[in-house]
Design a protein around this ligand. Structure first.
Ligand SMILES: Cc1cc2nc3c(=O)[nH]c(=O)nc-3n(C[C@H](O)[C@H](O)[C@H](O)COP(=O)(O)OP(=O)(O)OC[C@H]3O[C@@H](n4cnc5c(N)ncnc54)[C@H](O)[C@@H]3O)c2cc1C
Length: 394
């Protein structure tokens, strides 16, 4: 089995397959999985437990929500216990790949896959090593876990459910403890067109004295999209976090269809994680969903290897169906809400609408209710009658 991409989805799949004694080669174009840590990596507490992640990949815990904007508004919800964590994304990838190796998976770093095709002896995948040397790998199956780039499986064909794209940029800041502490135990978001048009900003705590500050904007091909770096710099100034050392600058794209109807396989090439739109656009969040896809695919692949005659049913039908069930019916609603809210956030009228939505949250006394809304997409807690308004159906 060849797994291309050692992100949360691919590395997790490799560890699960290797644990089940499947012969696996996990490859990634990165030469070191701790580098290029582009993701903010905030996760709800339940996901940390479900995915059995160790303390060494956790940078901080949080138990409060804090929302700035629109305008001068500031809202805050606190919980008595931890609501979630922020992961060290590079450490997560490294740990998962190490675990895969401990169970017997092979790991090839610094190798970029270009294409994969059916050959008489199985699937033939063409890779290029750092330095340019080409190699070919023959395997029964190939898993495309290359994230939103969809390096092997490709983008879905144009149609009524196109890819919606968000671009995020984030800086890792180092600051004195007394400046860090007010941000330490909370996820903070900056909302409203005066902060980030067509998107949102955030401040997430990392290890003591470190914060991740970022902005994400949904891409609208019909409008000019000024560079995000300047927007992030001004957000950092406004929050009073300027003049601190920037340890790292990173970012990336999030791309998902809303309906998730794209094919999850092409013959013996299977898509996993962000490569099949498991990233959620509402909060730009996808680690746990990518790992849900690996959790579901691993046993199906093991069975398909034992009983090749069932492969079509297991991989072609059961895999997309189970993944749809696991993500749940609220998935599509959250995507629609994200598209409507973020893409439309361009001026005072949209700010007013967003303010109205947020006012609806003020009567929620508990931070847990906010988590249920933003992580479990339980919009009905808003009140069922508000749903059509939320989604722009009236
Ligand atoms: C700015 C930003 C902030 C985010 N914040 C959060 C957050 O707070 N919480 C959260 O849950 N999610 C967040 N996400 C989303 C999350 O990071 C992704 O959903 C998640 O990483 C997807 O996992 P994956 O394994 O499917 O893909 P990826 O993590 O993208 O992994 C793909 C891997 O494939 C490798 N690769 C790509 N192409 C090739 C190729 N051709 N050959 C070989 N290797 C290749 C890459 O090097 C990479 O290691 C954020 C994303 C961005 C861009």
């Amino acid at each position: 089995m060849l797994v291309v991409g050692a992100g949360p989805a691919g590395a997790d799949l490799a560890r699960r397959l290797a644990r089940s004694q499947v012969e696996v080669l996990l490859v990634d174009r990165l030469a070191d999985l701790r580098t290029g840590a582009f993701s903010s990596a905030a996760l709800p507490w339940a996901a940390l437990e479900r995915l059995e992640l160790p303390a060494e990949v956790v940078a901080s815990r949080w138990s409060h929500w804090q929302l700035f904007g629109p305008g001068d508004q500031r809202r805050h919800w606190a919980s008595g216990g931890p609501l979630g964590v922020v992961l060290e994304f590079g450490a997560l990838r490294q740990w998962l790949a190490q675990e895969a190796g401990r169970w017997g998976s092979d790991l090839l770093l610094g190798a970029t896959a270009h294409r994969s095709e059916a050959a008489p002896e199985g699937m033939r995948t063409h890779l290029r090593l750092v330095g340019g040397r080409p190699i070919e790998v023959i395997s029964d199956w190939v898993v495309d876990a290359t994230g939103q780039e969809r390096g092997l499986i490709g983008d879905p064909a144009p149609g009524p459910d196109p890819l919606v794209e968000g671009l995020g940029v984030e800086w890792l800041l180092e600051l004195p403890l007394e400046r860090w502490e007010p941000w330490a135990d909370r996820l903070s978001f900056c909302l409203g067109s005066a902060w980030v048009p067509q998107g949102y900003g955030w401040v997430f705590p990392m290890q003591r004295g470190r914060l991740k500050v970022g902005v994400c904007r949904l891409l609208d091909p019909a409008r000019p999209q000024p560079p995000l770096g300047a927007l992030l710099a001004s957000l950092i100034e406004r929050l009073g976090l300027g003049e601190h050392r920037v340890l790292d600058r990173h970012g990336g794209l999030i791309r998902s269809t809303i309906g998730r109807k794209e094919p999850h396989r092409r013959g013996r090439l299977i898509g996993l994680g962000d490569a099949i739109s498991t990233a959620n656009l509402l909060g730009g969040e996808g680690i746990r969903h990518a790992m849900t896809s690996s959790q579901l695919l691993a046993p199906l692949l093991c069975q398909a290897l034992r009983q090749p005659s069932l492969a079509d049913r297991l991989i072609g039908a059961s895999y997309p169906r189970r993944l749809r069930q696991a993500l749940g019916w609220r998935w599509g609603l959250s995507g629609r809400l994200a598209r409507r809210t973020w893409l439309g956030l361009r001026g005072p009228q949209a700010d007013q609408r967003l303010d109205g939505l947020l006012r609806g949250l003020e009567h929620k006394k508990r931070a847990e209710d906010l988590s249920a809304l933003l992580f479990d997409y339980r919009f009905e807690r808003y009140g069922l009658r508000a749903l059509p308004d939320l989604l722009g159906w009236r």
